[in-house]
Design a protein around this ligand. Structure first.
Ligand code: GLC
Ligand code: CA
Length: 543
């Protein structure tokens, strides 16, 4: 198997498709209602069948779970809730047998306040660990400055024992690490190398653009030393090894992405950038304030990233992750055209240049949830609900925002079959299962040759079969069109042309240039008109 595997190639991740698992919602194995590593082991065949090359595993480290594992109290231990280190070693080994690599989630901007480093740090100002975190003098009630935390409230917390404030860009239980301290950086590199020695396939780096923060100047993203830190980290750990590294960078633009994903390998393989994902917010600033998607602008954003990084960097391609809602509920149609729009969105994304990521359940066309507030678990959602309630925002307005944008839309348990709780758990699930599981589930998808699952499977196979998916140069077609997203991918051995109708009405679309070309994939079984596209119709031609 390994002999003809993509892992023998240096930049194997350029040809790879990655699947993200949010472990607590994927598969429970022991009936405690929380997904775990043995549960993932049970589902490896399903993932191998889909055809993915690697799994990005959201954090399974020891953690008080204030932010569902993004608050780590020991980087070298597995949280008992998810299993043991033996389970983890087994996952790495068993996945490898199926040609699947495990990508660990590294949360390096902050730790949990229950990490030993922080427990020591807050004992006294002269504790050797004090300087691992970011402290500023002050008095109770008089903060160093106005910085706000991402999940609401101030970014500073008072510790009476030391008479100082510490910085936390996320919850109070997530103190920011002091990257300016070389000892901190060395500790982190040592830990990364420890995981590399275990045989993982790479890393997803949480909030990578925050490492160079300068709180006194109120700088959070893209601090002055950020790229120096990343170069050093690469040199001292994963650099020059055949590993994938992808940084989460809400503050990335095309220019700095050329640094992050420099083809010389000096920083990372690629970043997740969110420019398109910020377009359906009012003023692009506050995710809860909803606004319709400006379609033309969205096309411009993709065009800019596709052309800007050509031969100068590398794109990641994704619609979903554990922090953003389900794409068919967001920009597709999760009712009448659920299947068609899911396939259209998949076509649009997987035809572009970059490494595609599939978030668990996306391949089934899972939808957003619309629960009562008591069913939500996410700290960001609950904080926002409280804040807006106190401000007097009407309940229905708050709930509309939550139904559209809550991170819990992506975190409801995976829908495997029609048995109670969708086969996710035999116990009480930590979060309510979406009642539509009786219709939308893995078992039904596997039985149906026309399912969204099988469509993703085919897209993955095509990427393996035709190099043009990896190498072809992107050229936007019909840039002015208000409902069609179309583009070409040129390459010396052939050319792809992708046509997608982004909406639910039939539209005129000039496709005569593809007369005689091979239709590689489409979400309609008969595609004979070369002048119009039906609701959410998508096609990829090859010639
Ligand atoms: C990233 C993670 C998110 C987490 C935050 C703090 O944005 O994806 O889930 O809450 O970082 O670690
Ligand atoms: Ca469990």
């Amino acid at each position: 198997m390994e002999n003809n595997s993509i892992f023998l190639e240096k930049d194997w991740w350029k040809k790879a498709v990655i699947y993200q698992i949010y472990p607590r919602s994927f598969q429970d194995s022991n009936g405690d209602g929380i997904g775990d590593i043995p549960g993932i082991l049970r589902r490896l065949d399903y993932l191998a069948d889909l055809g993915i090359d690697a799994i990005w595993l959201s954090p399974v480290y020891q953690s008080p779970q204030d932010d569902n594992g993004y608050d780590i109290s020991d980087y070298e231990k597995i949280d008992p809730m998810f299993g043991t280190m033996e389970d983890m070693d087994q996952l790495i080994a068993k996945a490898k047998e199926k040609n699947i690599r495990i990508i660990m989630d590294l949360v390096l901007n902050h730790t949990s306040d229950e990490h030993t480093w922080f427990l020591e740090a807050k004992k006294s100002r002269d504790n050797p660990y004090h300087d691992y975190y970011i402290w500023r003098d002050g008095e109770p009630g008089k903060m160093p400055n106005e910085m706000r935390a991402v999940f609401g409230g101030p970014a500073w917390e008072w510790v009476p024992e030391v008479g100082q404030y510490y910085l936390h860009q996320f919850t109070v239980k997530q103190p920011d690490l002091n990257w300016e301290n070389p000892k901190v950086r060395q500790e982190l590199y040592k830990m990364i190398n420890w995981w590399i020695d275990k045989g993982v396939g790479g890393f997803r780096l949480d909030t990578v653009d925050l490492f160079g923060k300068k709180p006194d100047e109120m700088i959070t993203h893209n601090g002055p030393l950020l790229h120096d830190y990343l170069k050093e980290m690469s040199r001292e750990s994963y650099g020059r090894k055949p590993l994938i590294t992808v940084g989460e960078a809400w503050g990335a633009d095309v220019e700095n992405a050329k640094l992050y994903s420099n083809p010389d390998g000096s920083e990372l393989s690629m970043v997740f950038q969110f420019e398109a994902m910020l377009l359906d917010e009012q003023g692009g600033k506050e995710k809860w304030d909803l606004s319709p998607l400006p379609f033309r602008q969205m096309k411009d954003v993709f065009n800019r990233w596709q052309t800007g990084l050509y031969e100068k960097g590398w794109n990641s391609l994704f619609w979903e992750n554990h922090d953003i809602p389900r794409i068919i509920s967001r920009w597709g149609n999760d009712k009448e055209y659920r299947e068609k729009s899911a396939k259209m969105l998949a076509t649009l994304l997987h035809g572009m240049q970059g490494t595609p990521y599939i978030y668990q359940g996306e391949e089934l066309g899972m939808t957003n949830t619309a629960y009562d507030i008591s069913e939500y678990r996410d700290i960001e959602t609950l904080n926002m609900y409280k804040e807006r309630k106190e401000k007097g925002v009407p309940e229905n307005e708050i709930m509309a925002s939550i139904h559209a944008k809550s991170r819990d839309n992506a975190r409801s348990p995976m829908q495997w079959d029609t048995s109670p709780n969708a086969g996710f758990t035999s116990g009480i699930p930590w979060m309510k299962v979406n009642p539509n599981y009786t219709e939308i589930n893995g078992e039904a998808a596997l039985k149906d040759p026309d399912s969204i699952f099988h469509y993703y499977q085919k897209l993955i196979q095509l990427r393996k079969q035709y190099d043009v998916f990896t190498d072809g140069k992107f050229e936007m077609l019909l840039p002015e069109d208000e409902s069609i997203f179309a583009y070409k991918r040129g390459h010396n051995e052939g050319c792809l042309t992708v046509f997608c109708n982004f909406y639910g009405e039939t539209v005129e679309c000039p496709m005569e240039a593809c007369n005689g070309a091979q239709l590689l994939i489409s979400n309609y079984s008969d595609s004979d008109s070369m002048t119009s596209l039906r609701p959410y119709e998508a096609r990829i031609y090859y010639q």
